[in-house]
Write a protein that binds this ligand. Structure first.
Ligand SMILES: NC(=O)C1=CN([C@@H]2O[C@H](COP(=O)(O)OP(=O)(O)OC[C@H]3O[C@@H](n4cnc5c(N)ncnc54)[C@H](OP(=O)(O)O)[C@@H]3O)[C@@H](O)[C@H]2O)C=CC1
Ligand SMILES: N[C@@H](CC=O)C(=O)O
Ligand code: NA
Length: 406
C-alpha cells in the first residue's frame, strides 16, 4: 500500500480527496497496489465531513511518518508551502503540487533536491489545470526543439473576458462568479493583473529552454485596462481580445510576454472560451499542436494532481529527470520584438489622419459602431521599442494600445 498526505483541504485539496475516493478501484488496479490518504493537513476542522478522521494540524505528523511516501501540496502561496515541500523532499518523500507560485519561484531548486534524494517533484496541475501539458513537453516532445508556446493560461480571466465580450457582462460581477466557481486565486489580483499566467509561462519557458526563466523578467500586463470600447473595436475588426501568454524563439533568444492581444477569427485560440485554457505549441519537427481543456476548477485540477501522485507511486525509488537547471536564462528585450499594434486615439479622424500617417506610416483605420470622438488604427509590423518611441512623439491623444497576435 502507498500512503500519501494532502496539505490543504480547499478547492483543489478536497478535489484530490474526491478523485481518489471516486476512482479508487480503477486507480488501485492501474497502480497494482492500494493508494490511500493517511493525513490531510489544514488549519480548519471539518466536523461534518468524513475527511475529519484524517485531519491533522501539525505538519510534523506527516514529515516524521516514514509510511507517508508522497506529499501533495495544495495549500498555495510560498510559505509555509516551500518549507513543507523542501522538508518532505529532504525526508525522501515525493511531492506533487498545483502551486505555480511555488514552482515558478523555487522549481529549479526543488527539482534538484528531488533528484538528490532520488524522489520526484511533479506539478502538472500548476499549468493549464487539468490539461496534460508539462509531461508531454518533458517526455513525448523531447525529440523536438519547441519554437513557440502561445497559450490562454488563466481560466478566471478567460471566463471574465468571454462573458464581457459575448454578453456585455459587468467586470466585478463576472470576477465574483469566477471566485464562486473556485477558479480564482485567493487574491484575484494574481489572475486579473496577469501574474498567474506569467508564472505559468515562466514554468513552460523553463521547461523548453532547460534553464531558469524568472517570472519577474517577463513583461506582464493583465486585463484591468481592457474596456467595453476595446471590445467594440475588436468586434468591428472581426477579432477578439484574449489574455495571452507567449514564449517564442527568435534566432538564438527566447522572448516571453503576458498581455491582452487581439486575435483574428482564424487564430487557433480565437474560440477558446469560458474557463477553458488552450496551449498552442510549435515544435521544429512536430509542427503545430494544440492542448485544450479545463484550465481551473476543483475536479479538473485535482485530476492532474492525482495523475502526478500515481506517476510518483509508480516510481517511488526512481527520479524521472530534472526538467530544468538553476542557470538563469536572459530573455530577449521586449522592445526588439516585432508585431502590429492597435491604437485608440481621442479626436476626429479627418483632422488627425495626416498626423497619424506622419508618425506611424501606413496604418489601417478602424471605426467602431456607436463610438464618437475617437477612432482606432492598426500599425504595420514594427519593434515594440519603435512603437513606444512613435507613441511618445504622437502625444497625449492615445487612449490605449493592444498588441495584435498574428
Ligand atoms: N482553484 C483552482 O482552480 C486551481 C488552483 N491551483 C493552485 O492550487 C493551490 C490551491 O488552490 P485552491 O485549492 O484554489 O486554494 P484554497 O484557498 O481553496 O485552498 C487552500 C487550502 O489550504 C489551507 N491552508 C492554507 N495555508 C495552510 C497552512 N499553513 N497549513 C494548513 N493548511 C493551510 C487553506 O485553509 P484556510 O481556508 O483555512 O486558510 C485552504 O483550505 C494554489 O496554489 C492555486 O494556485 C492550480 C490550478 C487550479
Ligand atoms: N486562478 C487560476 C487557477 C488555475 O490555475 C485560473 O483562473 O486559471
Ligand atoms: Na496541466
Amino acid at each position: 500500500m502507498v500512503k500519501i498526505a494532502v496539505l490543504g483541504y480547499g478547492t483543489v485539496g478536497s478535489g484530490v480527496v474526491e478523485v481518489l475516493r471516486t476512482n479508487q478501484k480503477v486507480i488501485d488496479e492501474r497502480l497494482g497496489e492500494e493508494l490511500r490518504i493517511k493525513y490531510v493537513l489544514d488549519l480548519r476542522d471539518f466536523p461534518d465531513d468524513p475527511v475529519q478522521e484524517l485531519i491533522t494540524h501539525d505538519f510534523e505528523d506527516i514529515v516524521n511518518d516514514d509510511e507517508v511516501k508522497i506529499v501533495v501540496e495544495v495549500m498555495g502561496g510560498i510559505e509555509p508551502a516551500y518549507t513543507f515541500v523542501k522538508r518532505s523532499l529532504e525526508a525522501g518523500k515525493s511531492v506533487a503540487t498545483s502551486n505555480k507560485a511555488l514552482v515558478a519561484k523555487h522549481g529549479a531548486e526543488l527539482l534538484r533536491t528531488a533528484k538528490e534524494k532520488n524522489v520526484n517533484f511533479l506539478f502538472e496541475a500548476s499549468v493549464g489545470g487539468g490539461i496534460p501539458i508539462l509531461r508531454p513537453l518533458h517526455s513525448s516532445l523531447t525529440g523536438d526543439v519547441i519554437e513557440e508556446i502561445t497559450g490562454i493560461l488563466n481560466g478566471t480571466t478567460n471566463y471574465m473576458m468571454t462573458k464581457m465580450f459575448y454578453e456585455g457582462a459587468d467586470y466585478d460581477e463576472v470576477l465574483e462568479e469566477a471566485q464562486d466557481n473556485g477558479f480564482a486565486e485567493r487574491n484575484p489580483e494574481a489572475d486579473v493583473e496577469g501574474y498567474d499566467a506569467c508564472r505559468k509561462i515562466a514554468i513552460l519557458s523553463s521547461i523548453i529552454s532547460g534553464k531558469q526563466v524568472d517570472f519577474e523578467d517577463i513583461y506582464c500586463e493583465g486585463i484591468t485596462k481592457i474596456t467595453a470600447e476595446d471590445m467594440k473595436y475588436a468586434k468591428a475588426m472581426g477579432m477578439t481580445i484574449k489574455l495571452l501568454a507567449t514564449c517564442k524563439r527568435d534566432g538564438g533568444k527566447l522572448n516571453a510576454m503576458v498581455a491582452p492581444c487581439l486575435l483574428r477569427a482564424e487564430h487557433p485560440l480565437f474560440s477558446v472560451n469560458g474557463v477553458f485554457n488552450s496551449i498552442f505549441v510549435h515544435g521544429n519537427m512536430l509542427g503545430d499542436a494544440m492542448f485544450y481543456g479545463s484550465g481551473a476548477g476543483k475536479l479538473p485540477t485535482a485530476s492532474a494532481v492525482v495523475g502526478d501522485i500515481v506517476e510518483e507511486a509508480r516510481n517511488l525509488d526512481r527520479n524521472l529527470g530534472v526538467m530544468w537547471s538553476s542557470e538563469k536564462l536572459t530573455l530577449e528585450d521586449r522592445r526588439d520584438v516585432e508585431r502590429r499594434f492597435f491604437v485608440r486615439v481621442k479626436g476626429d479622424r479627418e483632422e488627425l489622419q495626416e498626423q497619424v500617417a506622419a508618425v506611424f506610416g501606413m496604418v489601417q483605420f478602424v471605426q467602431a459602431e456607436g463610438l464618437s470622438g475617437e477612432f482606432g488604427f492598426v500599425t504595420e509590423e514594427m519593434p515594440e521599442g519603435s512603437y513606444e518611441e512613435k507613441a511618445e512623439r504622437f502625444g497625449g491623444q492615445i487612449l490605449g494600445m493592444i498588441r495584435v497576435e498574428e
